[in-house]
Ligand binder design. Structure first.
Ligand SMILES: [Zn+2]
Length: 160
């Protein structure tokens, strides 16, 4: 068995009214959406940071600067593909990903199967190796006030 590494990722984005809301590659119907330089997909950004961290490849801002117009409005599924290519260059394959989204509304449980399909395709892994969970913040703090959305992710990668 090859060397196994663990990675952790975190991301947060503001929610703004009348803004598109892309989460896990899925466009959610909602009165507000995540605001940021790319498509502001908080779940994919946390997953990218977990993968980069596991391979000791700095963080998402290091590879995809928010001052670089190449990444403006880009689908974060493309960023994920780039990240997977970077860890493959170091001879790593993904073992599994476990992620958590903290969001007051809308309910994302119905969308989780579609998110897993998108992520599996972009990362080139099985849906069985991707776990996505969701929680509210019990109406407390900036998440509870629907001012923002947070995601955490951990992953294992293994040297082939
Ligand atoms: Zn982000």
């Amino acid at each position: 068995m090859g060397k196994i590494k663990v990675g952790f990722g975190f991301d947060v984005h503001q929610l703004k009214e009348n803004h598109p809301f892309v989460l896990g590659g899925v466009k959610l119907e909602h009165y507000a959406g995540a605001y940021g330089h790319s498509d502001a997909d908080v779940l994919l950004h946390a997953i990218c940071d977990a993968l980069l961290g596991a391979a000791n490849l700095r963080d998402i801002g290091f590879h995809f600067s928010n001052k670089d117009d190449r990444w403006k409005g880009i689908s974060s599924l493309i960023l994920l593909q780039h990240v997977v290519a970077l860890i493959k260059e170091k001879s790593f394959v993904i073992g599994n990903i476990d992620a958590m989204v903290c969001l007051e509304a809308p309910k994302i449980n119905p969308h989780i199967p579609a998110m897993k399909t998108y992520i599996a395709e972009a990362a080139g892994i099985s849906e069985e190796d991707i776990s996505i969970k969701a929680t509210t913040n019990e109406q407390m703090g900036f998440i509870g006030r629907e001012e923002g959305v947070v995601a955490y992710a951990v992953c294992l990668i293994e040297r082939e």
